[in-house]
Design a protein around this ligand. Structure first.
Ligand code: GAR
Length: 211
């Protein structure tokens, strides 16, 4: 069973899709804690509703940004998990601290990386005029949305799209892709070789097909 700690900052819809996959038995995992840098995050309220440990870590304490990163890291180590799952977490993890975690750290991003990293991916995709955007699940490294790509799902950009409409269609794909990637991780199917990530066939599936 894959033990996860989920880092959030806001709405928490990806967290909900992961929890839903666990509840319906599609993902053999459990969420050991949901940690937010924002006290008012809807994701924290959802975690409490589900009886999951919900932790608010205040980045604005007097120990400064590095102090926050160290407190966050200690909390994560104390709780324990097999992986860290970033789901709409609005901070870049400080790599001087988190390189010592030693287990997979995953993130989901609402664009086809390496295009449009950062916090305004859907707006940037529309402004650039691409005909396809989508979402990416990737390993986290020290950079902004720059780690090795595990999986991507393209989403067509429609002529009448605005940011809200495109974001909603991408989000619907995020909710399928993230739990699916976590099932690959739970089953030990993900192999990483530098930047290249491969997904091994599923032995449990007849024919061993991907996905
Ligand atoms: C999601 O669209 C996620 O891909 C994005 O924030 C949203 C969080 O929604 N993440 C990034 O932009 C990371 N650069 P949620 O709180 O409802 O899961």
């Amino acid at each position: 069973m894959l033990a996860m700690i989920v880092l959030v900052s806001g709405r928490g819809s990806n967290l909900m899709s992961i929890q839903a996959a666990i509840e319906k038995g599609a993902l053999d995992g459990r969420i050991n804690a949901v940690i937010s840098n924002k006290r008012e995050a809807a994701a924290l309220a959802f975690a409490k509703e589900k009886g999951l440990p919900a932790v608010w870590m205040n980045p604005k304490e007097e120990d400064g940004r590095m102090g926050y990163e160290n407190r966050l890291f200690s909390e994560i180590e104390k709780i324990g998990s097999d992986c860290l799952v970033l789901a709409g977490y609005s901070f870049l993890l400080n790599w001087d601290v988190f390189r010592h975690y030693g287990k997979p750290i995953l993130n989901i991003h609402p664009a086809l990386l390496p295009a449009f990293p950062g916090m305004t991916a859907q707006r940037d995709a529309l402004a650039y005029g691409v005909k396809y955007s989508g979402c990416t699940v990737h390993f986290v490294d020290g950079g902004m949305d720059s780690g090795p790509i595990i999986a991507q799902k393209p989403v067509p950009v429609m002529d009448l799209d605005d940011e809200e409409r495109l974001s909603a269609r991408i989000l619907a794909e995020e909710h399928k892709l993230y739990p699916e990637v976590l099932t690959w991780l739970a089953r030990g199917r993900i192999r990483r070789d530098g930047r290249i990530v491969r997904v091994l066939p599923d032995d449990a599936e007849e024919g061993g097909g991907r996905g």
